[in-house]
Ligand binder design. Structure first.
Ligand code: CDP
Length: 215
């Protein structure tokens, strides 16, 4: 059995950083499942796909020409690592992620990331839906204020402009959508360890996850 560590949690909880570092430490592969929703959103925005057309969006998701090369995310030969981090793309991703057909279309792609020697998978439903038998499941969370602060810094570092009030509103809207959607709502998976990182830096969170994995 190829081991999988799932790290789920709300927007800007630091999952990405923590999951990435845990994968590095263990020499495991890394799945950023949110990036797949963002890639679908970016494709839809660029093509002008009707964002209410579940079938058309699912088709886009099913036929994504994407690859992950080192830290770079490539969509049809273009490096879109930064483009998919824009707030508009994140908001669109969160909306289209409520469509069952879109989620379904991305399942096979996600399962394909499970390769020897192991996988760290980051998202919302990694432990509950995609890898329900993972030997270690973590639910990473943090206060709204801590998460807004992190997102602000992340956007500024990437050269985007950001406004704290808008970010707080977006964050709450995204939490509402993720938590209240009918399919794969954001809740800790059965058996998940919950880790509140409001007062914790990424290194401390990584240490805790590795400790759980070793025990
Ligand atoms: O930055 P943020 O954490 O909001 O986003 P992300 O992890 O890059 O994912 C983008 C959006 O895709 C999220 O807002 C979720 O609504 C959705 N998503 C999901 O529904 N299921 C996943 N496994 C991963 C992301």
């Amino acid at each position: 059995q190829i081991p999988v560590i799932t790290i789920d949690g709300p927007t800007a909880s630091g999952k990405g950083t923590v999951a990435h570092r845990v994968a590095d430490k263990l020499g495991f592969h890394y799945l950023d499942s949110g990036a797949l929703y963002r890639l679908t959103a970016l494709s839809a925005l660029r093509r002008g796909t009707d964002l209410a057309d579940e079938h058309a969006l699912a088709k886009l998701a099913e036929h994504l020409h994407c690859s992950f090369q080192g830290g770079d995310i490539i969509l049809s030969h273009e490096n879109v690592s930064d483009a998919i981090r824009a707030e508009e793309v994140g908001n669109t991703a969160s909306k289209i992620a409520t469509f069952p057909a879109v989620r379904h279309a991305l399942v096979g792609l996600q399962l394909g990331f499970r390769k020897a020697p192991g996988l760290v998978a980051d998202g919302r439903d990694m432990g509950s839906v995609i890898f329900p038998h993972a030997p270690l499941k973590v639910f990473l969370t943090a206060s709204v204020a801590a998460r807004a602060g992190r997102r602000y810094k992340q956007l500024i570092d990437k050269g985007f402009s950001a406004n704290m009030e808008d970010l707080l509103m977006d964050l709450q809207a995204r939490d509402d959508r993720d938590t209240n959607r009918a399919i794969a709502p954001l809740v800790p998976a059965e058996g998940a360890h919950v880790l509140d990182t409001s007062e914790m830096n990424a290194d401390e969170a990584v240490r805790q996850v590795l400790k759980w994995y070793a025990s």
